[in-house]
Ligand binder design. Structure first.
Ligand code: 1GP
Length: 254
């Protein structure tokens, strides 16, 4: 399975893909298996596994459990090069293109490249862009980078376009986990209209209605994590999945 192709097929068939973030630092190990089972039943399209940009949590155990429990792709969403795990199906090979810190533009990626090659997992080049969420985030502080202001869609557009021209296969618009304000719909719309590269939107999305509005604004992929850490159920996951799958809820062949 080529995970990138699976994601594109998912977007084409369902209208948009619903990705659930599992944070190894915060997941309750006793709840992981039921949560994965509920996610399968609800129609979640892929799991992202990772933690905030700069910590070193070990994702291997979590990914092993996900893979034993489901066939849904498990994609590493790394906070640092140490989070690379051979059990995963793919890794979002992030470069923090909204920032000007060489550590997160290229240094972490150089350190991680041999490990990804040794694991043989699929690397999906992803331009990672921080968008101001109304409050200072840990990624912003730790990476010493400034987020793009919420009302400056033009700045977001040209960063995304530069990422596309550099060969990124995904652009991730990130408000930060648990953000008070998610990425503005207007910015999602303007960026997705401006580039051809598929866009992921995440951070602070805490209702099915909010997830739906990102898709209606043009987002091909929506990520939700923090909201399910406060409590989840098959019903809640289904409500989100239905809100994101605006075209069809049919399964996509792996
Ligand atoms: C964080 O975009 C992801 O990196 C998901 O954010 O945890 O706020 O849903 P939440």
């Amino acid at each position: 399975m080529i995970v990138y192709d699976y994601l594109l097929k998912t977007r084409n068939l369902k209208g948009a893909g619903f990705l659930v973030l599992i944070d190894p630092d915060r997941v309750d190990p006793d709840h992981l298996v039921p949560f994965v089972e509920q996610s399968v039943e609800a129609g979640v399209d892929a799991f992202l596994v990772g933690t905030s940009l700069l910590t070193d949590a070990n994702a291997s155990e979590i990914i092993t459990t996900i893979k034993k429990t489901s066939e849904i792709p498990a994609i590493i969403f790394p906070g640092s090069w140490r989070q690379i795990a051979p059990e995963a199906d793919a890794i979002l090979y992030l470069s923090l293109i909204s920032g000007r810190n060489p550590d997160y533009l290229i240094s972490e990626q150089v350190k991680g490249a041999p490990a990804v090659k040794a694991c043989g997992i699929e690397a999906i080049p992803t331009g990672y862009m921080l968008i101001d969420s109304g409050k200072r985030t840990s990624v912003e502080f730790m990476s010493s980078t400034l987020p793009i202001p919420r009302d400056k869609s033009d700045i977001a557009k040209v960063h995304a376009l530069a990422g596309e021209y550099l060969g990124m296969k995904l652009i991730y618009l990130e408000a930060g986990s648990g953000a008070i304000e998610s990425v503005p719909d207007k910015m999602v719309e303007e960026v997705t209209n401006y580039i051809t590269c598929p866009v992921i939107v995440g951070g602070g999305i805490d209702s099915p209605e909010e997830a739906h509005s990102k898709v209606i604004s043009g987002a091909p992929f929506v990520v939700v994590g923090n909201h399910f850490e406060k409590g989840s159920s098959r019903e809640l996951l289904s409500q989100f999945a239905e809100a994101v799958h605006v075209r069809s809820s049919a399964g996509v062949e792996l």
